[in-house]
Design a protein around this ligand. Structure first.
Ligand code: NAD
Length: 493
């Protein structure tokens, strides 16, 4: 059974600079492997400051002209881009699945979510993002949002199309030139997005791609012409990138890792909870910043947990759940599971060394795993594992559950499963996460509601999508004008 279309031959991908596909300055390349088979499916330049310099110079020229184009005209190109994305939905989804290890259905959902951001960006042309008021006789104050110039985005491996599309459609529509540095683990889908941007008619330099790893990231952080940077990835790197960019007095919003809690109370509706919990921790093989990784079971939950274990056991590797991004991550996860067992957690479902889907035996497979009766002293309750591993902690009261939830340094999402409105409200008002779910395992806000966490899941102010993105990619200019000298005295005359 074919799970995903892999490229027939490795793709030799290039950087997109000034509207042209170019090799990297050093000639060094990074191999891309499919988590399904571990075969090399492509390679990208390992870019350095020289490549970032070239991209930034082309982007700077482009930005100067692009900001002069009225937003209504810029938006017309984005309409075309959306049409082309929908036309190429299948190849883009297969590319994302092939390099990230997702199922094609999950990858398709990610592209569609990216298209939803495009649609939000399309609506900006009709949004009044400024305002004017006569503040004194003959004197008006006006505010307007201006593009920053050249901006950049750095993205993680787990959503090859969606996370880049959280950023560039809005930034570009608002009049900026955007440089994308995709994850070197999943860079090939970005180039498909780049080809579609060219086909849509965006002028050379308005959208650029610089591939690579840490040296490319550091060059983007340090380049003086890059006015703002959006980052999505692990907390360690998010914090470092934020500190590096803001040390240069430039703007950054860096979203980091997560440890999301699902609080399940005894009155929770059984089937909704089982579906919500299992869907959340096995979706994208647990490699989502919104995945539930810790379930806090309040009161007697034995029957519910038994049902969750059985539902997770029925998940089929391949058709229902994809692979782990690479061998190193798989081995780390296997080690994390063993450590939890050694520390006293009860292994209810062991997904290690599963039977691989036929034809994909060389892939990185880990089946759903459930660790029950965990305690706060165990690493599995506090560390972001980033795989299909559910840890369960049992507590007696809702307040104990909330205290446990609050003890995490992360603040991306938390959900409560309950059939009582007062319980839902009690939890929603108390958790300090950026996103809260009620009877939903993956509480990702739909547009126009914005995406972003809190605490160590976010460095910087605002959100990555929705209205937060307008703040991120523009600055607010205030213009005060005296239109004529007024004969009657007032303090502004
Ligand atoms: P990562 O931090 O390893 O990589 C993210 C980006 O940073 C990549 O482009 C990579 O090239 C670059 N990078 C990696 N190490 C670097 C270093 N030392 N210095 C400079 N740059 C470096 O993250 P990942 O493994 O690709 O993605 C998974 C992580 O991303 C998880 O922690 C997940 O929770 C998080 N994530 C968060 C969100 C969110 O919205 N909060 C969304 C998706 C993923």
């Amino acid at each position: 059974m074919t799970l995903v279309n892999l490229p027939g031959a490795p793709i030799v991908a290039k950087n997109l600079i000034g509207g042209e596909w170019r090799d990297g300055a050093t000639g060094e390349r990074i191999e891309v492997r499919s988590p399904y088979t571990n075969q090399v499916i492509g390679s990208v330049p390992s870019s350095t400051m020289a490549d970032v310099e070239a991209a930034a110079a082309a982007a700077k020229d482009a930005a100067a002209k692009w900001r002069q184009v009225p937003i209504k005209e810029r938006t017309q190109l984005l309409f075309r881009y959306r049409e082309h994305l929908l036309r190429d939905l299948e190849p883009v989804s297969h590319s994302a699945a092939a390099e990230a290890g997702k199922t094609v259905a999950e990858a398709r959902a990610g592209v569609l979510k990216g298209i939803e951001i495009v649609e939000y960006a399309l609506s900006l042309q009709n949004m009044d993002v400024g305002g004017t008021l006569e503040v004194s006789r003959g004197v008006t104050c006006e505010t307007k949002r201006e593009p920053l110039g050249v901006v950049a985005g750095i993205t993680p491996f787990n959503f090859p199309a969606m996370v880049p599309m959280w950023q560039f459609p809005i930034a570009v529509t608002l009049g900026n030139a955007f440089i994308l540095k995709p994850s070197e683990k999943v860079p090939l889908t970005s180039n498909l997005l780049g080809e579609l941007m060219i086909e849509a008619g965006f002028p050379p330099g308005v959208f650029s791609i610089v591939h690579g790893g840490r040296p490319a990231v550091e060059a983007l952080c340090d380049h003086p012409d890059i006015a703002a940077l959006g980052f999505v990835g692990s907390t360690t790197v998010a914090r470092a990138v934020y500190q590096r960019v803001t040390a240069h007095d430039r703007r950054a919003l860096c979203l980091g890792g997560a440890k999301n809690h699902l609080i399940v109370v005894p009155d929770a509706e059984r089937d909704v909870t089982i579906d919500g919990v299992v869907g959340s921790f096995v979706g994208c093989a647990g490699q989502r910043c919104m995945a539930a990784s810790l379930m806090i079971a309040v009161g007697d939950s034995d029957a519910l947990i038994d049902a969750i274990v059985e539902k997770a056991r029925s998940v089929r590797l391949g058709p229902d759940m994809g692979a782990i991004i690479d061998r190193a991550a798989l081995e780390r996860l296997e080690g994390d599971i063993q450590k939890a067992v050694d520390q006293g957690a009860k292994l209810r479902l062991d997904g290690r060394k599963p039977k691989a889907p036929a034809g994909y035996e060389e892939g990185n497979w880990l089946a759903p795993t459930i660790l029950d009766h965990a305690s706060m002293e165990m690493e599995c309750t506090t560390k972001e594992l980033f795989g299909p591993v559910l840890t369960i902690v049992r507590v007696k009261t809702l307040d104990e559950a909330l205290a446990l939830q609050d003890s995490t340094p992360y603040g991306n999402a938390a959900s409560v499963f309950t059939s009582r409105g007062d319980v839902a409200r009690y939890v929603a008002e108390r958790v300090r996460t950026g996103m809260v779910g009620v009877n939903i395992g993956v509480p990702v806000p739909r547009e126009p509601f914005s995406f972003g966490g809190n605490k160590a899941s976010r460095f910087g102010q605002g959100d990555m999508t929705g209205a937060g993105a307008i703040e991120l990619w523009t600055w607010l200019k205030k213009i005060t004008t005296k239109w004529s000298l007024q004969p009657d005295a007032n303090w502004m005359s």
